[in-house]
Design a protein around this ligand. Structure first.
Ligand SMILES: Cc1cc2nc3c(=O)[nH]c(=O)nc-3n(C[C@H](O)[C@H](O)[C@H](O)COP(=O)(O)O)c2cc1C
Length: 178
């Protein structure tokens, strides 16, 4: 049987992103899978560009999304909102016809510098995905606060509580994918 396909979407482009570390924790917790790291360095959505033809980088992400059994999304919080990088990627993905998002399973995770762990960005991401008919796997919000202190040198979560939350969510996802 082929391995489940996980597509990771990190809303931060920087190399040392804590959201990418959190995605890494989730991918490890899931176990055996084909993991594709989505490249969110996309042109800004522009209807005129779209009218001339979807850019190849966007088309690649659409194809990867279509193939994926689940999306693992890292949603950083910028100014109490979703990052422009993540919103832009979702905007492009929402334009695929037929939809590549409807009924797609997804797990949202947030790591942020502040004390709320990116709760607002998490809620916003959830709200956007819900109206796109993405099947977000529910449960207690996975929020990593003061992210600069939350990971060890191997980029693993230090907190047993958070690691268990991630493990539980990924176990549920694995069961749902079957
Ligand atoms: C423009 C900007 C706005 C930010 N606004 C918030 C915020 O509203 N809440 C928060 O908790 N952290 C905020 N931060 C801190 C980020 O959460 C922190 O830099 C985090 O590490 C970003 O995610 P990353 O590590 O995946 O890049 C902000 C950072 C930037 C650059």
């Amino acid at each position: 049987m082929s391995k489940p396909v996980l597509l990771t979407l990190c809303g931060s482009l920087r190399a040392g992103s804590y959201n990418r570390m959190l995605i890494g924790e989730a991918v490890r917790a899931f176990g055996e899978a084909e993991v594709i790291e989505g490249d969110l360095k996309l042109p800004l959505y522009d209807g005129d560009v779209e009218a001339k033809g979807v850019p190849s980088s966007v088309q690649a992400l659409m194809d990867q999304t279509s193939r994926a059994d689940a999306l693992i999304i890292g949603a950083p919080e910028y100014n109490k909102g979703i990052s422009g990088v993540l919103k832009n990627a979702i905007d492009w993905l929402s334009r695929a016809k037929p939809s590549v998002l409807a009924d797609k399973k997804a797990v949202i995770l947030s790591a942020a510098g502040g004390r709320t762990g990116g709760e607002t960005a998490h809620f916003m991401t959830h709200s956007i995905l819900t109206q796109l008919q993405v099947n977000v796997i529910h449960g207690p919000l996975i929020l990593v606060a003061t992210a600069n202190e939350a990971f060890d040198e191997e980029e693993h979560l230090k907190s047993d509580f958070l690691r268990n939350q991630v493990n539980d969510r990924m176990t549920r996802l694995r069961e749902m994918i079957g």
